[in-house]
Design a protein around this ligand. Structure first.
Ligand SMILES: N[C@@H](Cc1ccc(O)cc1)C(=O)O
Length: 590
């Protein structure tokens, strides 16, 4: 019998590396691990020498730490000495995360960027029980379809956010290490399988009724008429079981949660410690001499409105990350409206911008707060995280252009664009929506004309429509008004920046034209916007002095299905938003 040919490992690998995959992987893994361990030890030394900030210091300076469960120094030590993993959980009781949820998630993302393991957990199973924390009544049971729907929406959303984190990590110069670990898990994977008696035996025996029932939410509910179900009472144990499961399987030693989660985190610590110390299997049980084995956690501050109200679904004022629920435009607007007092705090909480960049930005922002530099940056960064860079940029542009169309700024901007010298020369592009190119092609030249306020004040609406060329004669103008087919744009109030369309009523037709929007009370320039039919719009520049100064820009926003006129002569209110959007969009080009 021929003897077995001898061949060395290197040669086998050259022939076909798959022949020794395990070994190959193992070697590589050991290499990475050794490298990662050395790196971690060096890092800990740098922190100890004060040459580098610790993770906890980073959290603290960015404002993520509200309450620590387990002692500040202990948490600091743990984070410095061990590349632990941490998790944040969310119950999919709605199809989307809201802005408030993002604070603990941001903390976990920062950990990921600093080399720790990071787990975002969807509570597919816990959502069925319902966290009683902070609730005055039992959560209504979601039906299965809704629950699954929520899970898949949130799963998708968290997946997309993780992608954004990866992108933003590159943007902010974080070097991705092979040891970076992240996961998006659903607790229905294990909670749906664990036998009730096992959970009770292993963990239930370690949780004390006294501490569980001392919670405010439990006390309040027990005193209430409806009381509290056993399932809800046991909720903290289910959450603690999640932690235990991830603790022993993937080394999740830290839990981060919203401000209301402190009690659940404390129960989790008790539960995990109990199972870890008393597990019947020797391999699972943590030997007493083990260092740095204790689970710890902290809560982040609660996001409140400027008047101190809690934000969220139950409070009914949530700002969602789902584009169908809160448009990117409104999400941006939400951050744009951040007060100057809060903006720095939010930049630290909701962005990955380095602290020095935030300080520089604030130095730029503070002398001219009216430019809202910091708020725009905040909104842009947040949208990049929630919706990606393209939508973030588009929304930022939309806002900038919309701001340019507001009274103070808009009129001068409009005037600059449609000066009489630009007559028949200046291409004006209208960008309304996907159908805009057609409208654009038709309107590559602005039509301009000139008149004054004096003249305008002597004009009736049909005369105006005729004068600006929207109709062929005054009587045609009158007919159109009678048929409620002519509109003026107006602001509902001084404080409201949204333009609204009003049908010109027959009773008003004979009175002088009014709704000129002035560029400030003493301004010499004003703007009047009229529309005929669906999309035939004219913006008219009005001046208070020069009799020949009236400029008309032909909108010609036709070729689109649009607004119907309601029976009462005003525009159908359901179309107002649509119309406003278009108007906002169209004024951006002016
Ligand atoms: N109870 C948490 C969500 C959560 C669920 C499961 C966990 O393991 C952790 C957290 C909340 O309502 O915000």
């Amino acid at each position: 019998m021929a003897s077995k040919p001898l061949i060395c490992r290197r040669c086998i690998r050259k022939l076909d590396p798959r022949l020794i995959p395990k070994r190959l992987y193992h070697e590589q893994w050991i290499q990475h691990k050794t490298f990662a361990d050395i790196e971690w030890t060096n890092r800990a030394a740098e922190i100890a020498q004060g040459r580098r900030k610790s993770m906890l210091e980073i959290f603290e300076e960015r404002g993520y730490v509200h309450q620590i469960a387990g002692g500040r120094d202990e948490l600091d030590q743990l984070l410095n000495n061990k590349r632990v993993a941490a998790y944040v959980g969310v119950d999919p009781t709605a199809p989307s995360l809201h802005v408030g949820h993002l604070i603990p998630f941001m903390a976990i993302f920062h950990m990921y960027l600093h080399g720790y393991g990071a787990v975002t957990l969807l509570g597919g199973a816990t959502a069925q029980v319902g966290d009683p924390t902070g609730r005055t009544s039992e959560r209504e049971q979601l039906d299965n379809v809704e629950r699954k729907n929520n899970i898949s929406f949130m799963h998708q959303q968290l997946g997309a956010i993780w992608q954004s984190v990866e992108r933003l990590a590159v943007k902010y110069g974080y070097q991705k290490h092979r040891y970076w670990k992240r996961a998006l898990l659903n607790n229905n994977v294990w909670l749906n399988k664990v036998p009730a008696h096992e959970m009770m035996k292993l963990m239930g025996t370690g949780l004390r009724m006294g501490s569980l029932s001392s919670r405010d939410s439990v006390k309040n509910r027990m005193e209430s008429k409806d009381g509290m179900s056993l399932a809800e009472f046991c909720y903290p144990m289910f959450q603690a079981w999640d932690w235990w499961h991830m603790y022993q399987s993937i080394g999740v030693q830290i839990q981060i949660g919203g401000a209301d989660q402190f009690g659940n985190i404390i129960t989790g610590i008790e539960g995990v410690k109990h199972v870890a110390k008393n597990h019947p299997h020797q391999d699972v049980r943590i030997p007493p001499e083990t260092e740095n084995w204790q689970p710890m956690g902290f809560t982040v501050p609660l996001l409140t409105t400027s008047s101190g109200e809690k934000f969220g679904k139950s409070a009914g004022n949530a700002v969602w990350l789902n584009r169908e629920m809160t448009t990117p435009f409104d999400l941006y607007a939400y951050f744009l409206a951040t007060s100057d007092v809060d903006v720095e705090k939010y930049l630290k909480l909701f962005t990955f911008m380095p602290m020095e960049s935030i300080t520089d930005l604030m130095a730029l922002h503070t002398p001219t707060p009216e430019k809202r530099l910091a708020q725009h940056r905040l909104a842009h960064e947040f949208l990049e995280l929630a919706h990606g860079p393209i939508i973030a940029q588009e929304t930022a542009d939309e806002h900038t252009n919309r701001a340019a169309s507001r009274r103070e700024i808009s009129l001068s901007a409009a005037m600059a664009q449609v000066t009489p010298t630009a007559q028949h020369e200046k291409p004006i592009s209208w960008s309304l929506n996907k159908n805009a190119p057609r409208a654009m092609a038709k309107n590559t030249h602005a039509e301009t004309q000139e008149i004054t306020l004096d003249l305008l004040s002597t004009m009736t609406y049909p005369a105006l429509l005729h004068h600006v060329g929207l109709v062929a004669s005054r009587s045609e103008g009158q007919r159109l008004v009678n048929n409620q087919g002519a509109y003026v744009a107006w602001y509902k109030s001084e404080l409201d920046d949204n333009l609204q369309w009003r049908a010109i009523r027959t009773t008003k037709a004979g009175s002088p034209v009014k709704p000129v929007v002035w560029n400030g009370p003493d301004s010499k320039m004003g703007l009047l916007i009229v529309r005929v039919g669906k999309w035939n719009v004219k913006m008219i520049r009005v001046t208070r002095e020069d009799p020949s100064a009236m400029t008309i820009v032909d909108g010609g926003l036709d070729a689109e299905e649009g607004q119907d006129v309601g029976a009462n002569g005003t525009a159908d209110p359901t179309d107002t938003i649509e119309t406003e959007k278009k108007l906002n969009a169209f004024s951006r080009e002016v």
